[in-house]
Design a protein around this ligand. Structure first.
Ligand code: ADP
Ligand code: MG
Length: 282
């Protein structure tokens, strides 16, 4: 047997549960003399979640922009799915971005397009997917997030929470294996925010999506970390308290002064006695 073929390919290794899908190593960034990220390092494993916490202006969105290649860092290394995104050309970034679903805070829907057209926009307009295949995928993702009956509505006919969920469906349409959520629940009341959190949990647990969740809402952060989605034999999906193993698959990191001042799971965050963290938590 050819020993080279006996070993798994790099791609297969990256698909394995627990493989590192996003790695930031000593990333630095300043805007003129304002240092935003001093030294930021963390690793997201396949199927796991990293929740980035931090005050407004601490660099949370900046981290997401760096790892999508939208913003060049000043130093350090950034890997997504094994590719050094900080060294790739725009052209080379395309396949990397294809595996990243992004929910940006300002990522509004197109007001003049229906829910179907919003969710399928890229499928219909850019990727030249056959129309019935695109329709099927749009219906599937809207079914997944429970908004199938709203497919022909305009965004203005939906509630704020429903619009955020449609934005999630739009990002899901290309089956990205990594989802980035930038303040996906900001501005929503707690009950509505939970409906968005539930979609984040379902994608993670039912579709094995790896997630980076940026938020300054601790309630949502703990909810995502401490719940899990299960599918009953009849196909019904329930959100239930997560088992301890699952809870440990969500890492919290807290940014402060360009550094990660805390990294650990939900239990460690709750137990922390660090004065800054205590202020943030209370
Ligand atoms: N394009 C830019 N030019 C200059 N300063 C920026 C730019 N983008 C972000 N900043 C600054 O970098 C800091 C971090 O921003 P950001 O990552 O958006 O914070 P967060 O998402 O944690 O609220 C802020 O002080 C912000 O003003
Ligand atoms: Mg931000």
């Amino acid at each position: 047997m050819d020993p080279l073929n006996a070993s798994p390919s790099a791609e297969a290794l990256l698909d394995a549960p627990g493989a590192p899908v996003v790695v930031l190593d000593d990333v630095q960034l300043a805007f003129d003399e304002k240092v935003v990220l001093r030294r930021v390092s963390f690793t997201l494993l396949r199927g796991h979640t990293t929740i980035i916490l931090g005050a407004s202006g601490s660099g949370k969105s900046t981290i997401l922009k760096i790892l999508t290649g939208l913003l060049p860092s000043d130093g350090g290394a950034v890997w997504v799915n094994g590719a050094r995104v900080d060294q790739l050309s725009e052209q080379e970034l395309m396949p990397v971005r294809g595996d990243l679903g992004m929910i940006f805070q300002e990522g509004a829907l197109f007001d003049s397009l229906t829910v179907r057209e919003n969710v399928g926009y890229k499928l219909y307009e850019e990727l030249h997917v056959p129309i019935d295949e695109a329709d099927r995928r749009v219906e599937e993702v809207l079914g997944f997030i429970g908004l199938a009956e709203h497919i022909d509505k305009m965004p203005s006919e939906l509630s704020g929470g429903q619009r955020r969920r449609v934005a999630i469906a739009r990002a899901m349409a290309f089956r990205p294996k990594i989802m980035l959520y930038d303040e996906a629940t900001t501005g929503l009341d707690p009950i509505t925010a939970t409906t968005v959190d539930d979609e984040i949990i379902k994608l993670r647990d039912l579709e094995s999506v790896s997630s980076i969740v940026v938020t300054h809402q601790l309630r949502d952060a703990f909810y995502v970390a401490e719940r899990m989605a299960v599918r009953d034999p009849d196909g019904r999906v329930r959100i239930v308290p997560a088992d301890p193993e699952k809870v440990r698959q969500t890492a919290f990191i807290m940014l402060k002064d360009g550094l990660i001042c805390f990294e650990g799971d939900a239990d460690a965050l709750r137990a922390s006695t660090d004065p800054y963290l205590r202020t943030f938590l209370s």
